[in-house]
Design a protein around this ligand. Structure first.
Ligand SMILES: [Cu+2]
Length: 71
């Protein structure tokens, strides 16, 4: 079983930002796949078990950006 969660991240302006977010979110335990779309700010997190949204927020924060919505 795997879980997929979608978030919107604000503040990313280039491929480097995308890489930073991917790196931090990938470090969360159980995360198997991270997709980031620069233009829309869409962040998709695939994990073996559901990840606490607060953990994802913290990781995005750590990268220097902000989660503006969770869906
Ligand atoms: Cu950048």
């Amino acid at each position: 079983m795997s879980a997929t969660a979608t978030y919107t991240v604000s503040g990313m302006t280039c491929g480097h930002c995308v890489a930073s977010v991917k790196e931090e979110v990938s470090e969360i335990s159980g995360v198997t796949e991270v997709e980031v779309d620069l233009e829309s700010g869409r962040l998709v997190v695939v994990s073996s078990d559901p990840v606490d949204p607060a953990t994802v927020r913290a990781a995005v924060d750590e990268a220097g950006y902000t989660v503006t919505s969770e869906a």
